[in-house]
Ligand binder design. Sequence first.
Ligand SMILES: [Cu+2]
Length: 119
Amino acid sequence: MRRITIGTLLVLGLGLAAGSQLFAQDNSAVQEIKMTAQRYEFSPNEIHVKQGQTVRLVLTATDHTHGIEIKEFHVKTKLPQGETKTVEFVATKKGMFEFHCSEFCGLGHRKMKGKIIVE
Ligand SMILES: [Cu+2]
């Protein structure tokens, strides 16, 4: 009886350990999103991430120099045409946050924006 109990506890313990490890891995995993910037849009222009997650945006401006600014997460990077730039931030707050082009790129510049939805 005692052996069964210990065995059961061990199995339970291992199960819990495996479960919490999976959970930890999920939480700490970097979510990488490839994006392009061109007059006058980001693609994709809507990003969904989980709260607490590290988000890595891999951005390429294809037609002109652009930039990306996400005020909420203190991101601001120039995106020279043809270069791939990486920005990383932790999505600390839930909600919908705007990002936009931070380098003047022409008449539609002010419309060049998108949303990050942190769930
Ligand atoms: Cu632009």
